[in-house]
Write a protein that binds this ligand. Structure first.
Ligand code: SAM
Length: 293
């Protein structure tokens, strides 16, 4: 098997790093054109219960990762975070606000927020309105949560003149879908990955439509998309299908097979998928059998 040093990163279309994204030393400075990722939602009851010793620890981990994301992203380019506030043991943690603050403190510009709405009637961990139905009196109201945030950050300003006319043209956006599917709005209504989905069981995966839209909106053909919390590989699949390169980082080595299956990297051709296994043993175990979404 060839090693990373023997292969030029220009030849490798897709890379999976099995390890902790607190360090991204395999990725060169400013070599990534777009980052789309969904980090752990603190100690989310179904997916990450007890993983972080406390909220301060969680925020310090996210700060280290924010520095690395800033380092590897090209100037002018975009970072998208899919995240939301989380209720853990009766305490609501303002993750959205705190991660916005962390991203801006490492140098990103806060550019926009899209709200992702799941279909009415979909509920998993947040079916809380039943409290009032059992106690139909004031002070028992807790809303069911159907929303998540898609936070958009930018590293400095984009130089539109840096892209050739040819690359622009092959990356042209289909404005019919943009209009008919209401991509233009700050509210995106997208069906979540269903809890009984076979491949994504226990992974808290987001639907492919989310990375797909951002890849089309914020990257050009042939560019490199990074997801440092790649999970089942949804972002890599969307990147591959849209003619982009990808890099995924995943701390849980058990998910390599899922990424391969989802993206269609079945054989062992290192030019299709180059896997770097760091052999770390401190990964976050996800013992749940359910999806978050
Ligand atoms: C919310 S899931 C992402 C799911 C992904 N968007 C998908 O569609 O499958 C977060 C993932 O990050 C991984 N993870 C957690 N901490 C990590 C770390 N420090 N470095 C790399 N991966 C990590 C978890 O194992 C999990 O698979």
């Amino acid at each position: 098997m060839e090693t990373q040093s023997q292969m030029s990163s220009a030849d490798i279309a897709h890379r999976l790093i099995v390890g902790d994204c607190e360090k991204m030393h395999e990725i060169e400075d400013e070599s990534v054109n777009l980052i789309i990722t969904s980090p752990p939602y603190f100690n989310a009851p179904f997916d990450y219960s007890g993983v972080y010793s406390d909220y301060k620890h969680y925020l310090s981990v996210m700060t280290k990762i924010a520095h690395e994301m800033y380092r590897v992203l090209q100037y002018g380019r975009i970072l998208v975070l899919n995240i939301d506030d989380m209720l853990v043991d009766g305490v609501k943690y303002p993750i959205t606000a705190d991660l916005t603050h962390i991203m801006t403190s490492v140098g990103f510009r806060y550019r926009d927020k899209i709200t992702w709405k799941k279909p009415d009637g979909y509920l998993r961990i947040s079916k809380r309105s039943g409290v009032l139905l059992q106690n139909p009196y004031p002070m028992y109201f807790y809303p069911d949560n159907l929303l998540e945030s898609l936070l958009i950050f930018q590293k400095d300003k984009f130089d539109y003149s840096s892209i050739t006319k040819d690359i622009k043209e092959v990356s042209r956006i289909d404005t019919d879908s943009f209009k008919s599917e209401k991509w233009y709005s700050s509210l995106w209504e997208i069906t979540n990955v269903l809890p009984n989905a076979k491949l994504e069981k226990g992974i808290a995966a987001f639907p492919e439509e989310i990375p797909k839209r951002f890849i089309i909106l914020f990257s050009y053909k042939g560019e490199t998309i990074l997801d440092p919390f790649v999970g089942s590989g949804t972002t890599m699949k969307a990147a591959k299908d849209l003619g982009r390169k990808s890099i995924g980082i995943e701390i849980n080595p058990d998910l390599e097979g899922i990424v391969r299956q989802k993206c269609g990297f079945i054989g062992s051709n290192e030019f299709d998928l180059h896997v770097i296994r760091r052999g770390e043993d401190n990964y976050v175990r996800n013992n749940s059998n359910n999806n978050r979404n």
